[in-house]
Each structure stands twice: as C-alpha cells, then as structure tokens.
Ligand binder design. Structure first.
Ligand code: PLP
Length: 396
C-alpha cells in the first residue's frame, strides 16, 4: 500500500479538522519516523512536546508492557496500586502537595478552571457564578467549548458559541493589564509561561514574577499551563523555574504520557486542590493503572535531570545555529524549543515544512509564518546538526 491510499482514506472518512503534511507514518523509534513507503525522517516536532523522550523510549515501553500484563483499567470506583504511588511521585517531583490525574491537556485545563472557581467560592467567598479568570491573548489551552470561549484565534473560536462567561482577556506579557483586570471576584490568572502554539513566545522577564506578586497581593491563584512548556522541554522541569516563580496550580500533559497514551494532571497545593469533594469532578479514564504506570516511568526519567540538561546543552547548540539563519525574521525560544518567524519575502511556513520533509526532516508551522522546532530531547548532536543543516538549506 502506498501513501496515497491512506491519504485518500483519511480524506474520505476522517473529519477535516487538521491539514497534515502528506507523510504517512508507519513506525517510529527514538528520533526517527518511517513512512509506509519505507522512507525515514528525523522528527523535529516531537508531537508538540508529547514525545520529549522520543518515540517508544525503552523504559516507558517496559513500564507500559509490564502494566498491560497486570491491570489497565479499574475506573475510579475502586483503588489500584499505581494511583497513590503516581500521585506521590509526581507531587514530589513538582514540589506540590496533590495531583488530580486526567487524560488530555484540555481536560487538565478544564479541571484547573473548575478547581479555581470552586476555591474562589468556598475559600475566597466569591458569590456563586461570580468567579472571574484573567487570561492572556494568543493563548492556547485546548479545544473544549469553555476553553475556546477565551481563545483569541478567530479560527479556533469561529462559530462555536455561545461561549462560557467569566474570562477576561489581557495582552500576553502585559502585567499592568492583568493588574487592571483583577477584581474582588477574580479566582485566578491563567497563563502559559511560554506560549507554544503562538510561536514559542516568551514574555518579558518580569511578567511572571509580577503576576505572582499581583496574585499574592489580591488573593488570586496563579495557574501555569505547562502542558507544552513543562517536563524538561525548556531545560528545566517547569518553564516557570527560569523566572523563579511558583504557581498555585500547574497543568501538565503531553510528555506526561511518554508519547504512549494521553496522561494529564493538575498539580498544586493542599489548600487549593483540597477543595474538591467526592462527586464534584472526575473522569472514567483519569488516573487509570496504565496511565499511572507510564506516568511513574516518566517521573523516573525526569528525576534524573538528564533530559533537562540535554535540553539546555542541545538547545544552546540549536539556538547558536538558528541565530545565523538569514531567512528568519526572528528566532525565539528556550532550551531545545524554538519559534522561527519566517522572513515575509521567503517561502510560507507550509512550503518550508514541505521542503524539510523532502529533505527528511519533519516539523510543522504554527500561525502560518512561524516554524516551531521541538526535537525529542533524546536527539544526538549529529542528528540535531543534520536537521539544522536542512533548515539552513531551506531557509538560507
Ligand atoms: C496542547 C496544549 C493543550 C491541550 O492539550 P490536548 O491534550 O491537546 O487537549 C493545552 N495547553 C497547552 C499549553 C498546550 O500546548
């Protein structure tokens, strides 16, 4: 079967909610992806950071396989022997008290929103239905109806209303705007410490510290969405660490499932996550035995610090190379994560990605004109150099 057969099937029977490159993947290991025609590519996207440890990392596969031979699902009607250890190990890794396990990233964000509203009502005394959450523009927190209610990307919002009220949008990076948006009813400020989908946009260095200060001053929760930025992608466990900031709640996802299955979580303090009572929130698959076993193996990898260090070292190498590109209008990023704004006179993001694929490198544009580079953190120096050679060839 050649690629066209599978492209036709997707086109005919799948909903058209994505516009993927015409590469049909059949197998993958580490940093390498092989298509149905036997062609091999270097993965420079890593599933938007879901594959921080590469494809099918042996430790993660071993943990999953072991758990597949024991028990995979109990529902939350019963306890199982992976949940408590997973929650403890993830809480210890992140320096938090408690873990609320979920599945997708959007679900983790939804959960954090619900917890913040509950906390505002029960602890802060905000009247029922009155809680407000301050967010940033150009955000990406997922695709549910509530989350797209405060998206500013017109395509993501489109005709999906009516929308969930209770969100105030401020300009990303503008702490004064957040200060002006906070009221007696504000439950939380929800931001990405680095905006991934928006093109790996870093805020000014004083932004997160100032948000922390504002939240402390006004009794407001700081929620950091680290679903893409967290778990070693930027060279630290959490991107907030670069700015010396602790959030009250973190949403984690993507790499938490080790590239094997969807695993997400909200982690935070007793004071906040402790407000949930039985029956108020849940998910059939959230914190299932297989997810917890893989999540525990992910925590073990992260505890070594090896991936954080790889991201720092390889990231420095990558950014040094990217700084020399003549076809880039701007390069941003941290660790092994970069957003490359393409020069307006050159090829479009889509064209660049097509040309990279022809040269055996897979990545994907974001916001049409930005190339997002996020190779798996297991990539070797020669592989990184080879991929960046291809980028330089295409971009100049
Ligand atoms: C990917 C992402 C999400 C949504 O995660 P899904 O698993 O796709 O629902 C939320 N927030 C951020 C910052 C993300 O990058």
């Amino acid at each position: 079967m050649n690629a066209q057969h599978f492209l036709d099937l997707d086109d005919r029977y799948g909903a058209h909610n994505y516009h993927p490159l015409p590469v049909v993947v059949a197998e993958a290991t580490g940093t390498r992806v092989t298509d149905v025609d036997g062609r091999t590519y270097l993965d420079f996207l890593a599933g938007y950071s879901a594959l921080n440890f590469g494809h099918r990392h042996p430790d993660l596969l071993a943990a999953a396989t072991e758990q597949l031979g024991r028990v995979t699902l109990t529902s939350r009607a019963f306890h199982h022997d992976q949940s408590g250890p997973f929650c403890r190990e993830l809480a210890e890794l992140t320096g938090t008290d408690r873990v609320l396990p979920m599945n997708s990233g959007a679900e983790a964000v939804e959960s954090a929103i619900k917890v913040a509203r509950l906390w505002a009502h029960r602890v802060k005394g905000v009247p029922a239905d009155g809680a407000e959450i301050v967010v940033a523009d150009a955000n990406f927190h997922g695709r549910t109806t509530t989350i797209v209610s405060f998206a500013t990307d017109p395509t993501a919002r489109a005709a999906f209303g009516p929308f969930t009220p209770g969100f105030t949008v401020t300009r990303y990076g503008d702490a004064d705007a957040v200060a002006a948006a906070i009221t007696d009813r504000t439950a939380a400020v929800l931001v990405e410490p680095i905006q991934g989908e928006a093109g790996v946009r870093l805020p000014p260095p004083d932004y997160l510290p100032r948000l922390r200060g504002l939240c402390d001053e006004h009794g407001v929760l700081l929620i950091a969405d680290e679903i893409q930025s967290g778990l070693a992608r930027t060279g630290e466990l959490l991107a907030c660490e670069h700015d010396g900031v602790r959030a009250d709640l973190y949403t984690l996802g993507k790499a938490l499932g080790g590239g094997i299955l969807p695993v997400s979580a909200v982690v935070g303090s007793d004071e906040v996550l402790g407000v949930l009572r039985p029956g108020e929130h849940g998910s059939t698959f959230g914190g299932n035995p297989l997810a917890c076993a893989v999540g525990r193996a992910v925590v073990r990898l992260l505890r070594t610090g090896e991936f954080q260090q790889r991201s720092r070292e390889l990231g420095a190498r990558m950014h040094a190379r990217l700084a020399e590109l003549t076809g880039a209008a701007e390069v941003r990023g941290r660790g092994l994560w970069a957003g490359v704004d393409l020069a307006p006179s050159g090829p479009t993001g889509r064209q660049v990605c097509e040309r990279l694929a022809e040269r055996g490198v897979l990545c994907k544009e974001t916001q049409q004109t930005t190339l997002r580079l996020a190779p798996p953190l297991v990539i070797t120096e020669p592989e990184l150099d080879a991929g960046l050679d291809a980028v330089a060839e295409v971009l100049g």
